[in-house]
Design a protein around this ligand. Structure first.
Ligand code: 3HC
Ligand code: NAI
Length: 647
């Protein structure tokens, strides 16, 4: 069957795109639309055209799988022009998402209507490119430059109601999109048509506007190139005629499409989409997840409860006593209140989130839970006691999960009845924000349990990555190597502040030492001390020296740096220099770029060891762990991609 078909509803033709899964603009779709314009222009019975899509969404954009290949006619900009130049007015009827090239096709139409819940946007910058078919030139003609800059440089879509208020769409309907779009088209025929978008005037902002936006966009981009190039395109759209701005946009699009950043971002795009559905679990049905328990309402437990509630799952929160329970509920409430303050939730939604939480110290409340996640103190004895109670209280088929960071999940599961339902689910702090979820099966874990872990990841909108068992799993093991390697540079005489600056320049939000000062040096120290007490040979680290001198990070007024009271700005510390003097070589210089390349190579070397030991299944999983758990710059593709480890 053809991907583009035409039916007739009286004098209005309906053009339907049916190209699953997301109606991307493959060559066949472009050709089909091109031919549809020709045949409908030639059909005297047709006076208007409604463009709809079958399946779950309107056109989600250019076909990203075609990006590595030579472009094939008809080219998208020509198609958009052709639809705009059609003799009959086209009405784009949008459900799901109209993204990138999809929204550009919609802007080629004379009208755009949408169903409630739909969204429109230009996400190209998140793929390292700019809109390539007039997005930067037509959008400001509909919505002005303020909105166009936000839409194009952030890449974030907007919902139908917002799109209506910005002028990006002409009408929004509650339901029955196609019928309303047909009625809209018929009604439009009774009135004068508005001019095509390309001939509408723009109001050019003054130069100060561009300076201000440039600063803001550069700050948010953190080294990504596309947002700034997109801003240049928008400026061109303000200051040059339509055709000239369009040519500039096209050239920028073609330049960027072959760039390293775009290749890296495409790698992340496909890795993120593959991660939630690993091939080895194909055909394994997950268990239903209708209710959950969380044991421990501390930092992690409260965050995990919040993310479960965000997904609509009722939660029973268990603590060791009433005092701790009260604190846990207060932490949870503070999470939702914070979301209300930031405009992410309404007051009513926050109340609903809290109403779905049962707080208790009684494990009997878990008798019908489908899943329980343990997030109590990182002590094997405490955790084992919790699982004993869970085994007694829960259904034998209830999934039992631990959020341990460093303990061996096999030891936690030892002696558990029905261990096939046991699994590690390692969330990252704050658990309701961070998207990474490491999924750690023990040898007894059944495929069904594993598949349910991934299903939970999808429900929570996380990026689930399977990890084998080793100290720190994938992420914290690489973190340890990264920190050790950074300390080794300090020992060689490289300044701490230079190392942090090098990693910031590379695109991380923080360098390794300032990040430790923020999180506290004591947690890793205690862990090392624990290992030493257990007889392991753990060499002294520079961090140990600082903690022993009372320098645990910002919370004690100093760690790797000094901090003035109430100020989070790290200041190089003479005290640290003194403390470490014996262990550090005389000052040495290293180019920042070389520092960053060295540390990323160290991360990748650990990643390779993790692959060799089959702790991770593929290099792209390691990249996802670093991007979604540790703030590695997305546009670099992750440490494995950045150092040429593919697959
Ligand atoms: N091209 C090719 N394949 C695409 C695609 C695209 N633009 N968008 C999604 N897919 C594929 C995914 O890889 C996935 O494939 P799989 O099932 O084989 O793994 C499948 O479609 C479903 O994708 P999701 O899992 O993401 O589905 P969701 O329902 O969760 O989300 C969506 C749907 C919101 C449309 C989301 O897929 C999305 O955001 N897509 C990307 C949109 C985008 O970036 N468009 C811009 C493209 S660039 C462009 O248009 C340039 C132009 O200006 C010239
Ligand atoms: P926390 O100390 O903030 O919270 C632990 C909570 O567990 C406390 O509220 C405590 O009262 C409760 N608790 C202790 N024993 C209990 C019992 N027997 N029954 C019920 N509740 C009990 O600790 P945090 O940071 O939340 O860590 C919890 C777990 O999550 C640990 O295993 C930790 O390794 C892991 N983790 C921590 C991360 C972090 O960044 N803090 C990240 C990922 C995992």
């Amino acid at each position: 069957m053809s991907v583009v078909s035409i039916t007739r509803e009286g004098e209005v033709a309906v053009v339907t795109i049916d190209n699953p899964p997301v109606n991307a603009l493959s060559q066949a779709v472009r050709q089909g639309l091109w031919d549809a314009v020709s045949s409908l222009d030639a059909d005297p019975q047709v006076r208007a055209v409604v463009l709809v899509c079958a399946g779950r969404t309107f056109i989600a954009g250019a076909d990203v799988t075609e990006f590595g290949k030579p472009p094939q006619a008809p080219h998208l900009p020509d198609l958009v022009d052709r639809i705009e130049g059609a003799q009959k007015p086209w009405v784009a009827a949008i459900h799901g998402s109209a993204l990138g090239g999809g929204f550009e096709v919609a802007m080629g139409c004379r009208f755009r209507v949408a169903v409630e819940g739909a969204s429109v946007g230009l996400p190209e910058v998140s793929l390292g490119i700019v809109p390539g078919a007039s997005g930067t030139v037509r959008t400001p003609r509909l919505a002005g430059f303020e909105a166009a800059v936000e839409l194009v440089t952030s890449g974030k879509p907007v919902k139908a109601a917002k799109a209506l208020s910005l002028g990006l769409v002409d009408a929004v309907f509650a339901d029955d999109l196609q019928a309303h779009a047909l009625a809209y088209a018929r009604d439009a025929l009774t009135r004068d048509l508005p001019p095509p978008v390309s001939v509408r005037p723009v109001t050019a902002p003054d130069p100060g506007f561009w300076d201000e936006k440039r600063k803001a966009v550069a700050k948010a981009a953190k080294g990504a190139e596309a947002p700034l190039r997109a801003l240049d395109c928008l400026r061109k759209a303000a200051e040059a005629p339509f055709a000239e701005a369009l040519a500039h946009e096209r050239q920028t699009f073609l330049d960027l499409r072959g760039s390293d950043q775009a290749a890296a971002l495409r790698h992340v795009f496909f890795a993120e989409r593959a991660a939630p559905r690993p091939a080895h679990l194909k055909g394994v049905d997950p268990l239903p997840l209708r209710s959950a328990g969380v044991i421990g309402g501390g930092t992690m437990g409260a965050g995990i409860a919040a993310t479960l509630r965000d997904a609509g799952i009722p939660v029973t929160l268990i603590e060791r006593d009433d005092e701790a329970l009260k604190r846990g509920m207060a932490t949870l409430r503070a999470i939702f209140e914070g979301a209300v303050k930031r405009g992410k939730l309404t007051e009513a939604q926050a109340q609903d989130r809290m109403a779905g939480v049962t707080a208790t110290t009684d494990y009997a409340a878990l008798s019908d839970a489908d899943l329980v996640i343990e997030a109590v103190f990182e002590e094997i004895g405490v955790k084992r006691a919790v699982f004993d109670q869970l085994a007694a209280a829960c259904r034998p088929d209830a999934l039992l999960a631990t959020n341990t960071s460093y303990l061996d999940p096999r030891l936690i599961a030892e002696g558990l009845q029905n261990p096939e339902r046991f699994i590690g689910l390692h969330f990252f702090s704050p658990a309701n924000v961070m998207r990474l979820l490491e999924i750690v099966p023990v040898p007894e874990t059944s495929d069904r349990t594993l598949a349910t872990g991934f299903a939970l990841g999808r429900m929570l909108n996380k990026i689930p990555v399977q990890s084998g068992i080793c100290e720190g799993f994938i992420g914290n093991r690489i973190l340890k190597r990264y920190r050790t390697s950074a300390e080794a540079l300090v020992r060689k005489g490289i300044a701490i502040a230079d190392i942090d600056a090098a990693m910031r320049d590379y695109g991380l939000a923080m360098g390794p030492f300032e990040a430790q000062d923020l999180g506290g040096l004591d947690i890793a120290y205690l862990q090392r001390e624990g290992a030493r007490a257990a007889g392991q040979d753990v060499p002294e680290t520079l961090g140990d020296v600082l903690v022993r001198a009372g320098r645990k990070g910002q919370k004690t007024g100093g760690g790797w740096y000094d901090y003035a009271p109430g100020d989070r700005k790290p200041q190089p510390s003479a005290a640290v220099a003194d403390l470490l003097a014996e262990r550090i070589a005389s000052p040495a210089a290293m180019d920042r770029d070389a520092i960053a390349r060295h540390l990323v190579a160290e991360m990748a070397a650990e990643g390779q060891a993790i692959l060799d030991e089959s702790i991770a299944a593929k290099a792209s999983d390691i990249d996802l762990v670093e991007i979604h758990g540790y703030g590695f710059p997305r546009w670099r593709g992750g440490p494995m991609w950045a150092t040429g480890h593919r697959g």
